[in-house]
Design a protein around this ligand. Structure first.
Ligand code: TRP
Length: 335
């Protein structure tokens, strides 16, 4: 059966949290289960190098993110799951793409613009602290996508522009050489999952330091849940679920009926302590088994390496011929 190639990269930065699980991991795993899709998911370790320049952390966080996806059920027999750094064709293609990328594209890319905006607000020179890695990051991302002939790139809104840049560069090369050297990818927006609030009520995000990590030990998980901000409504009084961070996190784990039933309990006056206990129990139901698998995997790095290396061999069955095709098209060829 003809299948579509779906590809996504996962940056290993920071310990995976419940917001990642609900917003990216669950939808990613669902997509990978679709019979008409062949999924290529990779740990974008070289992307992390633009910012994470601490050796031990990079090693640790790369394993963490790989173990997390596997613990939540990614099946490496079905999904081609690899480390970016194990597929050298990506980096050779990145150079070729760079030679066809107008510099102006990079000036307009979000990550770079965010950095220059921050600098301007702080009264610093525009490019302060901006390395070429951050600046040309969309070119590397384009190579990730194009090297496996991806059709479909499931991403959050913030990454749509980068997929469009990949498509645009591919089109330029195809047009310039009058050849179908590169397959044109499209993006698919990840289903809009509810934004999961963090412990302080803002969006759960590593940069706010308000996350609920996926794999805290049970006791610590309970303690962290008990710390979630609540107002001072007395125990027996009705609570407005829509105003509550505890409810905001809890609902993201429930189907529509269970969410309604929970909202009714809030309105009939559950205590905050009781509401938090319910949330803790729901989290345990979702996380206890994956946590045990996660801990096993993190205690067995050689197994993680083996899984990722075997994924890289499968990725290279595609990346080697794609690179050969591109080299031939552009004249890096022998007669
Ligand atoms: N840039 C993505 C992010 O920050 C990660 C990523 C790297 C990616 N390469 C990719 C996503 C290729 C999709 C396709 O989240």
């Amino acid at each position: 059966m003809a299948h579509k190639v779906a590809l996504t990269g996962i940056k290993p930065t920071g310990t995976p949290h419940v917001g990642n699980y609900l917003g990216a991991i669950l939808p990613g795993l669902e997509l990978a289960e679709r019979a008409d899709c062949k999924a290529y998911y990779f740990v974008a370790d070289y992307h992390a190098l633009t910012g994470a320049q601490d050796r031990e952390r990079l090693i640790h966080e790369t394993y963490e993110v790989a173990a997390t996806w596997l613990a939540f059920g990614l099946d490496p027999e079905k999904v081609v799951f690899y480390r970016q750094s194990d597929v050298p064709e990506i980096f050779e293609l990145a150079w070729i793409l760079a030679c066809f990328t107008p510099k102006g594209f990079m000036n307009k890319a979000h990550a770079y613009k965010a950095a220059t905006d921050r600098n301007r607000d702080a009264g610093e020179p525009e490019d302060a602290g901006v390395g070429m890695g951050l600046y040309t990051y969309p070119v590397l991302m384009a190579a990730d996508i194009l090297i496996v002939d991806a059709d479909l790139v499931p991403v959050g809104k913030d990454q749509v522009q980068h997929v469009e840049i990949a498509r645009d560069i591919a089109q330029r090369i195809n047009h310039h050489y009058g050849a179908d050297a590169l397959r044109l990818p499209g993006h698919s927006l990840r289903a809009q999952t509810a934004i999961v609030p963090g412990l302080d009520g803002r969006k759960m995000s590593k940069s706010y330091g308000n996350t609920l990590p996926c794999f805290l030990p049970t006791k610590k998980l309970r303690k962290t849940v008990m710390r979630i901000k609540t107002d001072s409504t007395p125990p027996e009084e009705p609570k407005n679920p829509d105003d509550s961070v505890v409810f905001g996190i809890h609902r993201a784990l429930l189907d529509a009926d269970a969410e309604k039933a929970l909202a009714a309990e809030y309105r009939s006056g559950i205590s905050w302590g009781g509401a938090k206990q319910l949330l803790f129990e729901e989290l345990e139901r979702h996380l206890a088994e994956p946590r045990a698998r996660y801990e096993e995997l993190m205690a067995n790095k050689p197994l993680l390496d083996e899984i990722l290396e075997s994924g890289a061999s499968k990725a290279r069955e595609v990346s080697v011929p794609v690179l050969a095709r591109v080299r031939d098209a552009i004249g890096i060829a022998r007669r």
